[in-house]
Design a protein around this ligand. Sequence first.
Ligand SMILES: NC(=O)c1ccc[n+]([C@@H]2O[C@H](COP(=O)([O-])OP(=O)(O)OC[C@H]3O[C@@H](n4cnc5c(N)ncnc54)[C@H](O)[C@@H]3O)[C@@H](O)[C@H]2O)c1
Length: 243
Amino acid sequence: MKIGVLGAGVMGSGIAQVCALGGDDVVCYDVDASALADGRAHVTTGRFGIDNAVERAKVTRAEADAALARITFTGSFEAAATTDLVIEAVPERLELKVRVFRDLDRLAPAETILASNTSGLPIAAMAAATDRPDRVIGWHWASPAPVMKLAEIVVTPETGEDTIATVTDTAARYGKHPIVVKDNPMQWGFVANRVYFAMVREAQRVVDEGIATRAEVDQLMMDCFRWPSGPFGMVAGAGSGWS
Ligand SMILES: NC(=O)c1ccc[n+]([C@@H]2O[C@H](COP(=O)([O-])OP(=O)(O)OC[C@H]3O[C@@H](n4cnc5c(N)ncnc54)[C@H](O)[C@@H]3O)[C@@H](O)[C@H]2O)c1
C-alpha cells in the first residue's frame, strides 16, 4: 500500500514513521521546507524516532533502515495525493482542511481514500468538499503516534463500508486499536477529546477556585488513577510532541 501524509509536523511525521514501519511506502508532504527537514529528524533521531526504537530493541537496524528508505519527504502535493490512502495532518483549521480536501479530490485517483487526523472538526464538512464522500473518513491518532494505540475512526452517514474496512484493517496492521465512532458535526472532539477536554475544563476550574495548583492537580490525578501524566501535563505534552 502507498500512503500519503499531508503535514510533516508533530503528528504527520509520527504517522509517516508508523506507516513505514508497518511496511508501507510513504510520501510525506509539507508546504514548509524546514518542516520537512524537522519531520525527517523526528522520524530518525527524535525521542520516539526509529533510531530510538532500534536502541530499545523494538526493531532491528535492518528493519529500521528499510522503513526509513520507504519514506519520501517532499514538497510535491501531487506525489502525496497520488497514493492509495492519504492521511491529512495539517493545522486544526476547518477552512484549511476543506481547501486541502478539495485539492486532494482533484488530484487523487478516484479510488484513493482521504482520511483526516483532525482532533475533532466535522468529517462531513471535509467530505462535502469532495465528489467522493464515501471515501472520506476520520482517522484520529494520538501523540506520540509511534507509541499510542489510539485509532479513533470517525464515519459519516456517507462513509462507505469498504472505506471503513480498509482503514480499520490498516490501523490494526500498524498495531493500533481501531474503534469506529460517529461524526457529530454539532460537537467538536468526537469521543476521546470530548471526554478529555471535559476533564481539562474541570481541572482548570479547580485551579481557578484556588483549591490546588496545576502541579498538585496533575500529581493527584496520577496518584489516583495511575495516569502517566496529569491533565495539564497532557496538554503541554500533546502540544510539544512529548519531546
Ligand atoms: N499534536 C497532537 O497531540 C495531536 C493529536 C491528534 C491530532 N492532532 C491533529 O493533527 C493535526 C496536525 O497537528 P500537529 O500537532 O501535527 O501540527 P503541527 O503544527 O506540528 O504540524 C502541522 C504541519 O502542517 C504543515 N502545513 C500547513 N499547511 C499545510 C498544507 N496546506 N499542506 C501541507 N502541510 C501543511 C505545517 O507546515 C506543519 O508542519 C491537527 O489537525 C491536530 O488537531 C494533533
